[in-house]
Design a protein around this ligand. Structure first.
Ligand SMILES: Cc1ncc(COP(=O)(O)O)c(C=O)c1O
Length: 423
């Protein structure tokens, strides 16, 4: 008797909240993924910036095996050495600045933790509820929890889930004046993605970050960066903001995605130098104020530490810079009429499509699909996995250790795929 197809099982038993492509991957090796028919795909989606070391990297396998034989889970009611060592690495090697880390399981949960930190800060400083408003940016994406969608500056993620959590103001990205005008007597924090991913690959301007910093100092706010997608080496730097303007020190940062290379893990870092009353900000979330059962388990922490140590040992942010520059140079040389622009930094790149040119293609018009989705599907048929970012941007998020051969394969498939769509 033949087995029921996975797609049928999913249709029957899994909530249909994702639009899924009709392919099932059964194996991964480095930057390659293999489907059930053993067709191989160059993975430049990496689980949307998750598999930072590619698939099934030996250091991840080893950490899973070693820690899996010792201790997989124990409650945060107890001391956890692997968690402490991971926090030490994030503080000393990633931030290079005093602070403390809280662990959770996802980007949305990490951002919820930032939101709670900001509210706690506001409550500790003024009458309870006196200062609670957080300024975020239009086009941002901060996750799918109620806190995450309220913080996100895109209406499409909020629709149908009203009433929204109160206390957020959105300003146009990189609009210095709007940011200045948004600060009021209830403002407690500014939350920024230094390189917006879901919003279509936009990088913060130096002016915008400097203004956020100045407003932080003038109004006693918290400056918080969402590094969930762009952080930990992806943009060619361990701290994305360092590439925009040197000397900025945020008060809190969130990470997830690539942090444990595919093992679910989120985290926030909180600055030791800020205080709330007599307490350092990094101690503001005291016992009983916040938590997460699976945050920083021995297994998750051991895997994340192995991933971060590999990134550090191989200086993979440098590979991200090298490959990113190479890709942008190559693509700019193509002068392909379907590419309006390639933008981004390191290995977080967006191909901005020339939609009016694509509209000359009848198959695209007949599909009724967003340009980005239409192109992503064609590239997938050509064995290259990419991700849409908004309506007209195709995103590349390869593994940080991707080789020149892998990049050349992807470039060739992309070029050929786009050429075949030109009429
Ligand atoms: C910048 C940013 N923040 C938060 C999130 C939410 O992360 P998660 O899906 O792990 O909850 C994402 C996910 O795409 C993201 O890109």
């Amino acid at each position: 008797m033949s087995e029921v197809a996975t797609s049928d099982l999913m249709r029957q038993y899994v909530v249909p909240n994702y639009g899924r492509f009709p392919v099932e991957f059964v194996r991964g090796e480095g930057s390659w993924l293999f489907d059930e028919e053993n067709k191989r795909y160059m993975d430049f989606a990496t689980g949307i910036a998750v598999c930072s070391l590619g698939h099934c990297h030996p250091v991840i396998q080893e950490a899973l095996r070693d820690q899996g034989q010792k201790l997989i889970h124990c409650s945060n009611l107890y001391q956890i050495r692997e968690q402490a060592l991971l926090a030490q690495h994030l503080v000393e090697k990633v931030m290079g600045k005093g602070g403390k880390v809280f662990f959770c399981n996802s980007g949305a949960e990490a951002n919820d933790s930032l939101i709670k930190l900001a509210r706690k800060y506001g409550n500790d400083l003024s009458d309870p509820g006196g200062r609670y408003e957080i300024i975020t940016c239009e086009g941002s994406f901060h996750g799918r929890t109620l806190g995450g969608i309220a913080a996100t500056g895109q209406d499409k993620v909020k629709a149908g889930f009203e009433p929204q959590l109160e206390g957020f103001k959105h300003v146009p990205y990189n609009d210095v004046e709007a940011l200045e005008n948004a600060v009021g007597n209830k403002t407690v924090a500014i939350l920024i993605e230094v390189l917006q991913g879901e919003g279509g690959i936009h990088i913060a301007s130096e002016d915008f970050l400097k203004t956020a910093l100045r407003l932080r100092d003038e109004h006693d706010l918290l400056l918080m960066f969402d590094e969930v997608q762009c952080g930990l080496g992806r943009t060619g730097s361990k701290r994305t903001w360092d590439d925009v303007v040197s000397g900025i020190e945020p008060d809190a940062v969130s990470w997830a995605k690539g942090l444990a290379g595919g093992f679910p893990m989120g985290a926030i870092w909180v600055n030791a130098d800020r205080t709330t009353g007599s307490v350092p900000l990094c101690d503001a979330l005291g016992p009983g104020s916040h938590g997460s059962t699976f945050g920083g388990t021995p297994l998750g922490s051991a895997v994340a530490l192995a991933v971060l140590q590999e990134i550090e040992k191989e200086k993979l942010w440098e590979n991200a810079t090298r490959m990113g520059v190479y890709i942008q140079d190559q693509v700019n040389d193509w002068n392909n009429p379907l590419i309006h622009e390639i933008r981004g930094q390191g290995l977080m790149l967006g191909f901005v499509l020339n939609v009016s040119k694509l509209e000359e293609n009848k198959a695209f018009v007949d599909s009724g699909e967003m340009a980005s989705l239409f192109v992503v599907k064609r590239l997938m048929e050509a064995s290259l996995l990419t991700v849409p970012a908004g309506a007209d941007v195709v995103r590349w998020l390869p593994a940080l250790n991707v080789s020149r051969e892998g990049v050349d394969f992807a470039l060739a498939r992309m070029r050929h795929g786009l050429d075949s769509l030109c009429v």
